[in-house]
Design a protein around this ligand. Structure first.
Ligand SMILES: Cc1cc2nc3c(=O)[nH]c(=O)nc-3n(C[C@H](O)[C@H](O)[C@H](O)COP(=O)(O)OP(=O)(O)OC[C@H]3O[C@@H](n4cnc5c(N)ncnc54)[C@H](O)[C@@H]3O)c2cc1C
Length: 413
C-alpha cells in the first residue's frame, strides 16, 4: 500500500502524461521528492503531433488563468486561441459560431518541444521532479495513478497533412462520418488535422476517416492536402465508486474523468492532477474535491451522452440551428455550449433515471469498481459503401504509406 505523502517520504506517480505531470509540478514546487514513472519512452509518446482543443466552457474562469493560479506556466507550450469555429450541419450547411471570449485553444500533443506534454515535462523537471521513462511500477506502490485510458469507450482517427489554408477550425455534426459523435478540421500554421470520432464500434473504421477526408476535400477545396501521417487513439469513460483507494488517488482518464459527450478530457486531467497533489500537501481531500468540482460536470456529460445515443442527424441539425439562433440573440456563441456542460436539475434526473444504467459495472485489475461507458455496437445505418472520392483518398494514403508515412492505429481497429 502507498504511504500518505504527508511526510518527507518520496511520492511515486504512475504516468507522465497531463495529469501526472500537473501533479508532479505542484508537488515538486512544494519541495517534495517526486518520482514519475511512465511505461513509454517519453511524455506525449501516446500521441504523435495531434492537435487537441483545450476547452474554455466548463467554467467561467479562463483555463490559462487557472493554470497560472496553480503555478503552471502555459507559456511553456504553444497555444493558439480561437474565438470562432465553422459549425457544419448534417445537411452540409456551414454556419459560424463566434464568441468575444476565447472559446478554446488548440495545443499539440506529442514529443516535439512545443507540445503541451513537453511543456509540462520541462516544468516538472525544473521544479525538481524525477521522471523515469520505460519504467513499470505497480499502482499499489504509487500515491497517484495517472496512467490514462485502460479500456475503450470511443475512438478517434485522424490524418495530419500540409495545407496552405490559414488557421481554421471546423466542428462537424454528421452521424454517417462520425457515428454518435462529430468530426473536425484543425489547421495551425500550415499543418492540418482532419479527424473523426466514433462512439459506435465499427469494422474497417478507417473508411470513416477516408469518407470524412473526401468530404473536406470537396467542401474546403483550398485545403490542398499533402498527407504526412495518420494518428488516433482511444478514450476511457468511467464513473468510479471511489477516487481515492488505500491512499492512492486516481486522476485523469485513469480515474475515468472524461467528457462522456465529446471527449474533451484534458482540462479534467490537469485539474484532477492538481487536486491530487494538493491532497498530498494537506490542502484538500481529493475524493471530495473531485465529487464537488469535477464529477457534476462529468455526470452532466453522461446524461448528454445518453441523449446523443438516442438521436441522429435530425437532432444534430436541431442543435446546430439552435446554437446559431442563441448566438444571434446573445451576440455570443459560447453560452449555448457552456450550458450543455453545466450541471442542471433536468440532466441530473436524466442521469438517475437513464444515464447511469447505460454504464457497465466492472472490476478493474487493481480491484476497483467502476461503471464504464461501453463501446456501443454499430447500427444498421453504419453499413455503407465508400464513395468514389473516399476510395481515391484511401488509394492516396496507400501510396503515401508505401513512401514510409506512419499510422499510429491498426487499419482494422
Ligand atoms: C485522438 C484523441 C483526441 C483527443 N482530443 C481531445 C481534445 O481535443 N480535447 C481534449 O480536452 N481532450 C482530447 N482528448 C482526450 C485527452 O487526450 C485525454 O483526456 C487526456 O490526455 C487524459 O490525460 P491523462 O493524464 O489521463 O492521460 P495521458 O495524458 O494519456 O497520460 C497517461 C500517461 O500514462 C502512461 N501510462 C500508461 N500506462 C502506464 C503504466 N502502466 N505505467 C506507467 N505509465 C503508464 C502513458 O504512456 C501516458 O504517458 C483526445 C484523446 C484522443 C485519443
Amino acid at each position: 500500500m502507498a504511504s500518505g505523502g504527508g511526510g518527507d517520504e518520496p511520492i511515486q506517480i504512475m504516468g507522465a502524461g497531463l495529469s501526472g505531470l500537473a501533479a508532479a509540478i505542484i508537488l515538486a514546487k512544494a519541495g517534495k521528492e517526486v518520482h514519475v514513472h511512465d511505461i513509454r519512452e517519453d511524455s506525449g509518446a501516446r500521441f504523435d503531433g495531434d492537435f487537441q482543443g483545450l476547452e474554455n466552457w466548463t467554467s467561467d474562469i479562463d483555463f490559462l488563468d487557472e493554470l497560472r493560479g496553480w503555478g503552471i506556466n502555459p507559456d511553456e507550450f504553444k497555444v493558439t486561441p480561437f474565438h470562432e469555429v465553422d459549425v457544419i450541419h448534417p445537411d452540409d450547411e456551414i454556419t459560424r459560431a463566434w464568441s468575444p471570449k476565447v472559446a478554446f485553444r488548440v495545443i499539440e500533443r506529442g514529443t516535439a518541444p512545443h507540445t503541451i506534454d513537453q511543456g509540462l515535462k520541462r516544468q516538472a523537471i525544473a521544479a525538481g521532479a524525477q521522471i523515469h521513462y520505460n519504467s513499470r511500477v505497480k499502482p499499489e506502490d504509487c500515491q497517484i495513478v495517472a496512467a490514462g485510458p485502460r479500456d475503450t469507450s470511443a475512438v478517434a482517427f485522424g490524418e495530419i497533412f500540409e495545407t496552405p489554408l490559414p488557421n481554421h477550425v471546423a466542428f462537424h455534426f454528421n452521424d454517417k462520418l462520425a457515428p454518435g459523435a462529430y468530426a473536425y478540421l484543425i489547421v495551425i500554421d500550415g499543418i492540418g488535422l482532419i479527424c473523426t470520432c466514433l462512439w459506435r464500434k465499427q469494422k474497417k473504421s478507417e473508411r470513416f476517416l477516408n469518407e470524412t477526408i473526401a468530404w473536406y476535400d470537396q467542401h474546403y477545396p483550398e485545403l490542398n492536402r499533402k498527407p504526412i501521417k495518420r494518428v488516433g487513439g482511444k478514450g476511457d469513460f468511467t464513473i468510479n465508486q471511489k477516487y481515492t483507494i488505500d491512499g492512492r488517488h486516481y486522476v485523469g482518464e485513469a480515474g475515468g474523468l472524461q467528457d462522456f459527450m465529446w471527449g474533451f478530457g484534458m482540462r479534467y486531467a490537469i485539474t484532477s492532477g492538481v487536486f491530487a497533489a494538493k491532497d498530498l500537501l494537506g490542502e484538500m481531500t481529493y475524493d471530495s474535491e473531485v465529487r464537488k468540482k469535477i464529477l457534476p460536470t462529468v455526470i452532466t456529460s453522461v446524461s448528454n451522452r445518453w441523449l446523443m445515443n438516442r438521436v441522429g442527424d435530425r437532432v444534430f441539425k436541431k442543435i446546430a440551428v439552435n446554437w446559431h439562433r442563441d448566438q444571434t440573440k446573445r451576440q455570443d456563441g459560447l453560452p449555448y455550449i457552456a450550458n450543455l456542460f453545466r450541471p442542471d436539475l433536468k440532466r441530473k434526473i436524466v442521469y438517475s433515471l437513464f444515464g447511469r444504467w447505460m454504464l457497465k459495472k466492472v472490476t478493474t485489475d487493481d480491484g476497483r469498481t467502476v461503471h464504464r461507458l461501453p463501446f456501443r455496437k454499430a447500427r444498421k445505418r453504419d453499413v455503407w459503401d465508400p464513395s468514389t472520392e473516399a476510395q481515391k483518398v484511401k488509394e492516396q494514403w496507400k501510396q503515401i504509406r508505401r513512401g514510409g508515412a506512419t499510422t499510429s492505429f491498426g487499419e482494422e481497429e
